[in-house]
Ligand binder design. Structure first.
Ligand code: SME
Length: 137
């Protein structure tokens, strides 16, 4: 990650790279805790625009991760009750919390148009990506 770019641009580059390089990543974005509010706010992303720019804690897969501090792998979104659909083409989702100084400050969210695409390799890789991202925040 080069030094000159703003944090926003660098996060966007991360999203762009992940979507381009990994075939089953169709929407890649970051959500961050919105100040002191109990909600997430959409940050840089690539893929279809979404209406869900604000997500209350506890709502959807993202909102649940904001509360649980744990990875959430959804092989089939149709099997989830507490799920916020962004696009009808999405079949699966993975959300990995992003920790800064031990605090859950946001997450990386990836949607896939393929069912059952995510493995533990994705989890470990995205945990690593978030660790790198935390260092530029
Ligand atoms: N599906 C997410 C909402 C965010 S979109 O995937 C971009 C959820 O259930 O929290």
């Amino acid at each position: 990650l080069s030094q000159e770019e703003s944090v926003e641009n660098r996060l966007l580059s991360v999203c762009d790279l992940l979507k381009k390089e990994i075939e089953h990543y169709d929407w890649v974005g970051f959500y961050f805790k919105n100040g002191d509010k109990e909600e997430l706010k959409l940050g840089p992303y690539v893929g279809e625009p979404t209406d869900h720019t604000i997500i209350p804690f506890g709502k959807g897969i993202c909102g649940q991760v904001a509360v649980s501090n744990e990875n959430f792998v959804v092989p089939d979104v149709a099997a989830q009750d507490n799920y916020i659909a962004c696009s009808i083409t999405v079949k699966s989702e993975i959300v990995i919390p992003l920790f800064k100084d031990g605090e859950n400050i946001g997450q990386i969210d990836i949607d896939s148009n393929t069912p059952y695409p995510f493995s533990e390799e994705d989890e470990r890789f995205l945990e690593y990506v978030n660790e790198q991202v935390a260092q530029i925040l």
